[in-house]
Design a protein around this ligand. Structure first.
Ligand code: ZN
Length: 159
């Protein structure tokens, strides 16, 4: 695990955003986009309760990056996220040329949690980011926060 201590604050913010999503009736996912210099440029949480199931935070951040950052800035930025990118978001991340991804919980962990809760499988296959975007540097899971994220998903599906 090569996540530095200074990066834990970004992951903590992702978990806060995931909790905000839960409070708003959305699935608990949150993500932040951080520049090479360590500045938080943009952040978002899941917004699928609107009825649009593509409103994942990682997808929104990829679009924000395409609109506001140069290719060089995107390549050296990092996206921190409470849950590993789904295939749609991994593709968007790679298409806009963003850099590293650091996630708290892996897609595999999430799939295990949801299956334990009896949640039916999603319409899109669960795949590791590198199956979709082989060139992206990906780090996680980050055990300091996984239990917190697991509890948020448990609360969402037990409402
Ligand atoms: Zn996604």
């Amino acid at each position: 695990m090569v996540v530095k201590d200074t990066e834990l604050s970004y992951l903590r913010r992702c978990v806060e955003l995931a909790a905000e999503a839960l409070e708003a009736g959305d699935e608990p996912f949150g993500s932040v986009l951080v520049s090479a210099g360590g500045e938080i440029l943009a952040e978002d949480h899941n917004r699928v309760a609107s009825g649009d199931r593509t409103r994942h935070p990682e997808f929104e951040l990829a679009r924000w990056a395409a609109a506001h950052m140069t290719p060089e800035e995107r390549a050296t930025a990092t996206v921190y996220t409470s849950g590993e990118h789904c295939p749609m978001c991994a593709a968007a991340h790679a298409w806009v040329g963003l850099g590293r991804i650091v996630y708290v919980a892996s897609s595999e962990q999430l799939a295990d949690w949801l299956s334990q809760l009896g949640v039916s499988a999603p319409p899109v296959r669960t795949l590791p980011v590198n199956e979709v975007a082989p060139g992206v540097v990906v780090e996680g899971p980050v055990p300091e926060f996984t239990e917190r994220v697991r509890r948020l998903h448990h609360r969402f599906h037990r409402r």
